[in-house]
Design a protein around this ligand. Structure first.
Ligand SMILES: Nc1ncnc2c1ncn2[C@@H]1O[C@H](COP(=O)(O)OP(=O)(O)O)[C@@H](O)[C@H]1O
Ligand SMILES: N[C@@H](CCC(=O)OP(=O)(O)O)C(=O)O
Length: 371
């Protein structure tokens, strides 16, 4: 398995690389990644960057001797440093006549359905305009309780958000070893491993330097999360020459974390677990059988009741006649529209509503069954 066929990738770079271990933005490193990204973009691959470094750069610009621990000081540092990060990427990509776009995300932007769809649509629009999105967590407005905390997790969530084929995490080590190579010189390098391998979390230790957050531990969790949405993850050294091009030519560089899930199944899993439910419908026994036994779509004719308030495109639960949840899926009609087409055959929808979208209330591709 390799990344030779990847068409859309998320590349995450850590604080220690971006800021030369906290000494300040490493413009040469950014220029090097921009060269590589520009080259792979010319081959038709979409690239989204997730970059850390705001706090480390802010601490340096503020002249503070070490990274503070108080939240307000960390947030202030992030606000100062983010200006430098944005400026440095814009500069690096301008050499290739490419523009960048800064996107600062919070946990809520990724868990709330409407915000999630908005973020996704903005990112897709930027990619269609050949812009390079540069994403970071919005550190200045996030409090401890809602903080994603590390950009490895953010990288995995963005991978899901934009349906990327692969997440590439560049760091200050060659990849994953069977124990922390800073502590164990005998540590063995791992070229390829399943992202859901049970030993992963024992192998991976914490951050290597004072500027990184989470270490290899958050990277293996990110790989697992990306795998659940069907993407492979590579952890490799950001200093490895031509690392991006080589990976996309199918070469084995760093550690490849493979995903056993197909993209379609992964999307369904994600539907089951990750998004707030807006409402539900009860269906009759015939519709229940069509869903569970025949993997069919949910048609309005099988719907007996509409509960709650939802818009077209939102996630709703499907309940059987006894009120037990049997599935979840994305509704093609709002709750008000659905209420008008309860028990309707497909050819009656237009007459009832004055218009018709799809024949199904939930298409089977957007339906995840509970089993
Ligand atoms: N099993 C392991 N294999 C490789 N690196 C590990 C392992 N366990 C812990 N680490 C540490 O993880 C560090 C990279 O993570 P981190 O410091 O958070 O960097 P970044 O800023 O790139 O996210 C390495 O420098 C290394 O010391
Ligand atoms: N959002 C923070 C990054 C936190 C983080 O995950 O750092 P790292 O482990 O270096 O990727 C910042 O920009 O400083």
């Amino acid at each position: 398995m390799n990344l030779a066929n990847a068409k859309r990738i998320v590349m995450k770079v850590g604080s220690s690389l971006v800021t030369a271990e906290g000494r300040g933005i490493d413009q040469a490193a950014l220029d090097n990644w921009a060269n590589q990204i520009a080259a792979i973009k010319r081959t038709g691959v979409d690239v989204i960057l997730v970059s850390s470094g705001a706090i480390a750069e802010g601490v340096k610009r503020l002249g503070w001797a070490k990274r503070p621990t108080a939240i307000n000081e960390l947030q202030a540092a992030a606000a100062v440093g983010q200006m430098g990060i944005a400026q440095a990427y814009e500069r690096a990509f301008s050499a290739h006549q490419l523009h960048t776009a800064q996107i600062l995300l919070t946990h809520e932007d990724l868990s709330d359905r409407t915000r999630y769809l908005n973020a996704r649509s903005t990112l897709n629009t930027l990619l269609a305009q050949n812009i390079v999105p540069v994403i970071n967590e919005n550190d200045t407005v996030t409090t401890d309780e809602i903080k994603l905390g590390d950009n490895d997790t953010l990288g995995a969530l963005v991978t899901n958000l934009v349906d990327a084929d692969a997440l590439i995490i560049l760091t200050d080590q060659r990849g994953l070893y069977d124990s922390d190579p800073r502590k164990n010189p005998q540590a063995q390098f791992i070229h390829e491993i399943s992202a859901v391998h049970p030993d992963l979390e024992n192998m991976a230790g914490g951050a290597g330097t004072g500027v990184g957050t989470g270490g290899m531990y958050t990277k293996v969790l990110a790989a697992k999360r990306a795998a659940l949405s069907g993407a492979s993850t590579v952890v490799a050294s950001g200093r490895e020459p031509q690392v991006l091009q080589r990976l996309l030519q199918g070469e084995s560089v760093g550690t490849l974390f493979t995903s056993e899930f197909s993209r379609v199944n992964a999307r369904k899993q994600w539907l089951l677990g990750h998004i707030q439910i807006s409402g539900s419908v009860n269906v009759d026994a015939g519709a229940e059988r069509a869903l569970l036994d025949k993997h069919g779509s949910l048609l309005p004719v099988g719907v007996v009741r509409v509960n709650g308030h939802f818009h077209r495109g939102e996630l709703i639960a499907v309940l059987n006649e006894d009120g037990k949840e049997i599935a979840r899926g994305l509704a093609n009609y709002s709750s008000a529209e659905t209420a008008k087409i309860v028990r309707c055959h497909a050819d009656e929808i237009a007459a009832r509503l004055g218009f018709a979208f799809e024949d199904e209330l939930i298409h089977r591709d957007n339906l995840a069954l509970h089993r």
